[in-house]
Design a protein. Structure first.
Lengths: 245, 245
DNA sequence: CACGATTTGTTCGTATGTATT
DNA sequence: AAATACATACGAACAAATCGT
């Protein structure tokens, strides 16, 4: 019930009018809206102008555009709730499906393990850059990936880490089982970032789609830093929740 | 160091090549890159193709494009660290500048206070939809806004809330000083979303820019819900940090 | 399974508007 | 005020993905 219309770029007016029609419930979530040529005809503009309006709404997360298929009103996907227990320092995540209170199994798939002398990771860990290695993994529930992780750790401490990987496990499991290291949280930080080509390749969506970024440091029982991690999570898939009581 | 080049859309190759030149340090953060016509000439393509490549990199957060001025390599802005004390239940945020450990004053500016029978807010609060009002505020340090907040609360309990506002204060302050309500966290959740027109108007950036979304419920000392809040924070401006030791 | 129709994606060309310097 | 640089808009054509027959 907004749409000031007029004054300003044409494609913005059109985007606002389409937004209104979505808000008014003319098109339900998941439903297909008219094709680009049809909209171009309706509004009496060039198809590229329609495409700009649609691109605007897609960027805002309102539309899902699929080549060869059509343009659809984005529907609110089921969200995974990841509980953050601030009191518990042990490094063990717990993932729940949004509606049902069902805990799901989280597994990690190794993508790559190679030297990477990242200056910021070295600073976080207090390790010389030459000894740093980066482990990239794909995190998901079942076969369904919802996050990409990069861990920086001391290559000398964890030789053959990628080869020692355990099926259907997470890094915390592997370090505990294969290297006898128990992990504790040191700190975690939450921010957001735009998806790049790498994230799109593994997680789907489009370049620029919002991601939750969670980074932090985990330490062993002696308090020495074990790794610095940077995880990118599809925002329509997950939410980190802190309960205070 | 990457750039597979060829195979696929032209603009992707060009985007990859530009990305490489940025990574290689040919252009420093904050520096201007060649104009669109110049790049079109260099790559031997139409200017529209160049614009598509630049738009791709902008969406990924690599470029800052300013009309009339030029296209610049995005520079990592100073980040505010907002400390999350999970043990302490009292609803008081503390904002620190990233590098220096300086606590900054956070203030809220009232944008609007009006009835809004949001179903989800009613569900979170256990209040009838008819009694719900929404308070929109602009949150910032000094005169510099970094977040937009929407609070849903019981209109009957807080008559004239917007008029009773205190200069250079936050909602927590106003509720304590004017309504004798002390706030405690019930729960908080972190996710991410794309900026819409409203957020762009108040916070700058562009439609689709990633935002940190923090929502939750605060309760009074009797444990009764006071408000449901949904805050959107510019991701290049802020980060929520939890220290476990 | 193949093929054609449909629908979005890419690229060229051209012209004009708007913001900044 | 002029020049520069990005923004908007039109027209046309072909490519690529999807879907139903």
């Amino acid at each position: 019930v907004s749409s000031p219309a007029t004054r300003g770029p044409l494609y913005r007016d059109i985007a606002a009018k389409l937004q209104d029609r979505i808000n008014a419930g003319e098109w339900e979530p998941g439903q297909r809206i008219p094709t680009e040529p049809v909209l171009a005809e309706q509004f009496g503009v060039n198809r590229l102008t329609i495409r700009q309006a649609l691109g605007h709404l897609r960027a805002a997360g309102m539309l899902d555009i699929r080549q060869g298929s059509g343009t659809f009103v984005a529907d609110p996907a089921a969200v995974l709730e990841i509980l953050v227990d601030a009191g518990k320092r042990l490094d063990e995540g717990s993932v729940h499906a949004s509606v049902k209170s069902v805990t799901k199994d989280v597994t990690e798939l190794v993508l790559e393990y190679q030297p990477d002398p990242s200056p910021s990771a070295a600073a976080h860990l207090g390790i010389e850059r030459a000894h740093l290695a980066r482990l990239d993994t794909l995190v998901g529930t079942g076969g369904d990936p919802f996050a990409v992780s990069s861990y920086w750790l001391d290559a000398r401490r964890f030789p053959g880490l990628a080869d020692a990987w355990i099926a259907d496990a997470t890094l915390a499991t592997v370090l505990r089982e294969r290297f006898a290291v128990t992990l504790f949280y040191d700190w975690r930080a939450f921010s957001a970032a735009a998806a790049g080509d790498l994230e799109v390749m593994h997680l789907g969506g489009h370049v620029g789609a919002p991601l939750i970024v969670r980074d932090g440091v985990s330490v062993d029982d002696a308090g020495a830093p074990v790794y610095y991690v940077r995880r990118r999570i599809r925002s329509e898939r997950a939410s980190y929740v802190i309960h205070y009581r």
